[in-house]
Design a protein around this ligand. Structure first.
Ligand code: ATP
Ligand code: ZN
Length: 299
């Protein structure tokens, strides 16, 4: 049980989520020295302790109230919930926020030279996976019979060494599938990192701290998605410029010294800014176009 007034956050020690999880806290102003060998690190400027563990342990630490918050992949969380449900154990936790990293999908893939076309050609085949419960839930909902073979890692080599007919594994770019001569046939779960919280009572200090942290994280995510755009545009083309820039709220219009035909426009765009947009702005007569990253944002 928790006995401290400090907020405990569990995150992955080393792996695909660790760098982004650490960065997220740093971008939120948490000063912490996460040394590799330490299980627990203490923030210097806020009452926050970070516990770094294997990602598979994070949902359990939150559900058993050992930590207050956890940063974990939705895939790992869902697998844990389903495995606990299978053992008739409840999963208590609260999803606080979907994060903008750890994007991947759990997919079925088969050897490129196999004859499988779609899900319904999967009957009674063996599928190697690290996510047997998500796989079971998905295929049972479609009334497809199969056998699963649980592997903790190197799932992608299972068909080649004769362990299974196909695999159900995490994919992001598809490069690993390609390297192993596998073809993706079906996405069964889309995932991203999430920040979850334990249930139960929180002291008012912790409640406030969680609120502060989540507000800052939302600001960090919003800032990462947004760009600050500055340009000079013909005074007669203001509306056309705005309509080219999707996700732009009311621009600030300033006078340009010594040029009454042009104005200076400053605006925040909440969408990705592409070279094509820049080229179209030029065609409208815009000049001096600057696209700047935004570090922090609060609305
Ligand atoms: P640990 O040692 O902590 O158990 P792991 O090997 O199980 O680590 P990683 O490969 O580091 O896990 O992946 C952690 C999480 O990152 C995944 O559960 C998933 O949510 C996310 N992820 C994003 N892209 C990918 C990808 N291409 N392959 C695997 N996981 C990905
Ligand atoms: Zn893991």
């Amino acid at each position: 049980m928790l006995n401290s007034n400090r907020l405990r956050i569990a995150m992955q020690k080393s792996g695909r989520l660790s760098h982004n999880s650490k960065n997220l806290l740093v971008n939120c102003g948490v000063r912490i020295n996460l040394q590799d060998k330490k299980l627990i690190s203490f923030a210097e400027n806020m009452p926050i302790d970070v516990i770094r563990v294997r990602d598979d342990d994070i949902p359990g630490l939150v559900m058993n109230k050992i930590v207050d918050l956890g940063i974990v992949g939705g895939n790992v969380l869902k697998e844990k919930i389903l495995s606990r449900a299978f053992k008739k154990q409840k999963s208590s936790y609260k999803l606080l926020l979907d994060l903008d990293f750890g994007l991947c999908r759990l997919s079925l893939a088969c050897p490129k030279d196999s004859f499988y076309k779609d899900l319904y050609s999967l009957k009674n085949f063996t599928i190697a996976t690290s996510y047997p419960y998500i796989l079971k839930e998905y295929l049972e909902s479609k009334n497809i019979n199969f056998k699963s073979f649980t592997l903790k890692g190197s799932v992608e080599i299972a068909p080649r060494v004769g362990l299974s007919d196909m695999i159900c594994d995490l994919v992001s770019t598809g490069a690993t599938l390609e390297e192993n001569n596998l073809r993706e046939i079906n996405v069964i779960y889309k995932s991203n990192a999430q920040i979850i919280s334990r249930t139960g009572k929180f002291s008012s200090i912790k409640k406030e701290l969680i609120h502060k942290l989540i507000t800052r994280i939302k600001g960090v995510i919003k800032a990462r998605e947004s760009k600050y755009i500055m340009l000079h545009a013909p005074a007669s083309k203001i509306n056309q410029v705005v309509s080219l820039l999707k996700g732009v709220e009311t621009p600030t219009i300033l006078k340009l010294a010594g040029n009454s035909k042009k104005v200076v426009m400053h605006m925040v765009s909440k969408e990705n800014f592409f070279w094509e947009t820049m080229e179209n702005l030029k065609k409208l007569g815009a000049t001096s176009i600057l696209v700047l990253p935004i570090e922090k944002m609060m609305e």
